[in-house]
Structure formats: structure tokens, C-alpha cells
Write a protein of this length. Sequence first.
Length: 396
Amino acid sequence: MAITSVPVRVNEELRSLPVVKNIHPVRVVIWGTYDSGKPRVRILERGLRENGVEVICCHCEVWRGVEDKSQVKGLARKAAIAFKWLSAYPSLLYNYLRLPKHDVVIVPYLGHLDVLVLWPFARLRGVPIVWDAFLSLYNTIVEDRRLLGACNPLAKLIWVWEWLACRAARRVVLDTRAHGDYFAQTFHVPGAKMASVFVGAEPEVFPCLDEQPAAGMPPVVLFYGQFIPLHGIDTIINAARIARHEPIEWTIIGSGQEAARIRELLDADPLPRLKWIPWVEYGELSDWLRRATVCLGIFGDTDKAARVIPNKVFQILMSGKPLVTRDSIAMRELVAPGHAGVWLVPPADPGALLDAVRAAIQEPVHGGLHGSLRERISPRAIGASLLAVMNDIGAG
């Protein structure tokens, strides 16, 4: 086991599973200031181990307790995070250069700066970088959340930053092919350099819920997530308004960028059957899913909403619960229209959302749904997809 200085964690572990024959790589480094609180990061690491890959983690935790990075408030807190972030790199690089020989180095989310810092040192060791970009800062800040105008000099700087980061990596990984196409077109990246790996879900956190809500109880419609334009929270609220006299209970869990606007909407026209809970712990989400009759994905009409499949969709599918979410090119990479237990509806259409909710409530469910999908989105399957990306580098 490698010895490191605080605050960098370097951990080397070889899983007892047999190494799959005729695959390259056999040893992978996961490097950087990545956010280990994100399921995406944990699933990729676990999935590689479950496919027999030796994984070395060289990591400094910067983002602990920060769920929505765009909502970090106060100059002092921003400065503290920036200092911790930048001061991590000397130790991270020192420890990286001391690591044993490896085949690939993976830079997970949020690695937009990590990949640039690592670039010359990975080249020095002759090791290709796979950057799991996961999202575009430019798209998120400028195009989707509109926190900066496109003509703002900072917006242009963010674009150049991501353009350069794409060139530092041998492969750039996104969560869907549609998202990868956006990167290729926006940052002028050759299509052959792009790859997609679904987000997946952690089955022990989201076990299949075979039991149904108790008979005689009103149906419960559940949404959880950050309040950002992509999610289309107002579409959910408007659907609940249409159904205000129907015996349907609506539960919304979350907060974020649009929370103040949503609060104004609800204060202006209260909905007695809608309950808003600002926050629950990640490990408690399964309990809320268990109580739900129908679960909601996203309904925003932004371009980004059409390109991504959020964590909650995979978690709902892993739990075997009925799902209503917006139809999109990204969702059709995962499920086809008409898939049992999944209702795909037009974006920003509260009437269509409500019709799908009604249909889901009326449709009998025998046992957990999405059996074949649950296997496709398991950590082992996600790890196999990432391993295929890395094998492609070796083949190339």
C-alpha cells in the first residue's frame, strides 16, 4: 500500500475476482479531486473492481458536503474551497509519480481542471488519460442554467477551458451518446475520441421493491432532485394543480437554484395535497421510493434535458418502481417507448405528465419491474462498459 501525506488518500486494492483474460488494462489509477459523494464516481470504481481490474485511488476530497456546486454562496466559502482545491495538486502529483506502473489513468467528475494538471505528467509516464467529463461546465452554467451570458468573457473562458480539457484526454466519456455528440460538436472533438457509459445505480442502496403501497391508501407520486431548469419542477406542480381534486398525494424532495421561484408559485396558489421536503439523506431515498406508487424523472424542455439521463431515473429503475419521465433521444438509448412500467411524455407538458401518472396508478404491478434493465445498469455492467472503452484504447 502506498504511503501518502494528508490530505491525499492513496489506496490500492486488488479484488479477489479473477482477472478477465485477454483484456487490457489490468491496472488502473483513478486520480484527482473528484467528488466521491457522487454515485457516478463510486459506481465506476466499483464496476471496474467487479470486472477484475486492479484499481489504485489517488484522491483528495475537496467537495464533501457540496451538493450543488453552482450554489456555493459567500466569498469566504468560495475562497476556502478554491484554496483546498488548488493546494491539493502538489501532493496529488507527487504521489502519482510514485505510483507503480499502470495502464490507464481515469479522471472522474469534477475533473475539468484535474485533467489539465495531470496531462503533462501522464504523458511523462506514457499513460493515456480517460476523462469522465460527465457534464459540460459551459453547457450547465451558460446554456442550461443561464448563470452567465454567452458573450460574458468568463463564459468564453469556460469554453476554452473545456476545449483544452478535451484535448488532454485520450478518451472523453459522457453518460449518453447524445451527450457525447454535444461535446463533439461544441468543442470540435473527433467522434472517435468520444465514448458513453451509463450512470447506473447502486443496488444495495436502491434494492428492488416488490411490495406495493397498502390497499385503500391514496396513491403517492414522488419526485426528488435538485431544483434546476433541467428537472422541470413547475411542470410537476402544474400537473398537481390540474389534479387538485383527485385523491393523489404529491411529494417533492429537494432544493436548489429554482427553489425561491417554486416557493412563490406554491405560496400564490397552495396545493394541500403537495408536500415539499427540502432534503433527505441519500441512504433514506429508498424508504421514500418504497412509499411511492409512481416516481417522476425530469420534464424540462432544455436541450440538456434531452441529452442526459439523471441519477434518479437509474435509481427508480433499479428499485423496480413505475417511472414517468420526459421522452428524449437520451432516454431512448436506455428504453424503447412502451417498455413496461415506463411512461415517456413530452417535455413541459403537465397534462401529458398527469395522464401518464393516472395510467401508472391504474396499471397493476406484479413484483418488481425492469428486471432486464436492472442488470444493464448494475455497477458490474457499468464497469464492463468503461473497461471496453479502455480496451479500445489498447486496441488502438
